[in-house]
Ligand binder design. Sequence first.
Ligand code: 3PY
Ligand code: MG
Length: 257
Amino acid sequence: MNEKLLKIFKEKISKEPVLGMFMKSSDPAFIEAAGYSGLDYLILDMEHGPVNIQKMQNNIRAAQVSNTLPIIRVGSLDEHTIGQVLDIGAAGIQIPHVNNANSIKKIIEFSRFYPSGHRGICRFVRAAEYSSKNQSTYFKDSSENLIIVQLEGVEALNNLEEILDVSGIDIYFIGPYDLSQSLGVPGEISNPKVLDTIKYIVDKANNKGAVVGTFIDSLDSLHFWKNLGIKYLAYSVDVGIFVDSCKRLVNEFNKIK
Ligand code: 3PY
Ligand code: MG
């Protein structure tokens, strides 16, 4: 179901940066439309978004229809939720607030089938094509799903070495907003304290050959983060981009009044 998309994504990110966007919309039409723009992936948000699991299944379908990789950001490190979003067809999971090696090990156990983990097995789910997919193919394909962990707190920073030393994580995603709060400057994502911490994490991770991602909410900074070695770039959020466009329209209108 995601095999082709995952292959294209993995080949691309092994050579160059990829670009995606956070999506909070509960309407599959917006997910599909964003996919047609040529973005490499979409992060369908269940941490801060209002979308429930039933709607999420259709949002995943919409991303797949427009050939864009559907990644689900779950609300927390929860075994049942991780299994459920993979069952409905997510090509990857992104887990917020990961702080230590033990959490990483748990994430791998919950996300992978034997021998890497013990994800609950049900072949009558969408990811298994409701049992029509060959069983061993299903297990093999599932091992390709992306596992992305968010490092966004001082605790993660203190445990960075042990976190990076556990194998099995595809991408380490730095959440600048939560990181800014944890560093005592909430919301100040351009504060030198935050920027220096991000650079420190990127350096440590890149030195170990790990792939790093981050959230960017200004187009001006895309170039900066890309040059620093961040390869999984997530630009802004669907609703925020829509608000900005509406504001620009109102501004233009006000000029001709
Ligand atoms: C953060 O900045 O904390 C994030 O999680 C990015 O969405
Ligand atoms: Mg965060």
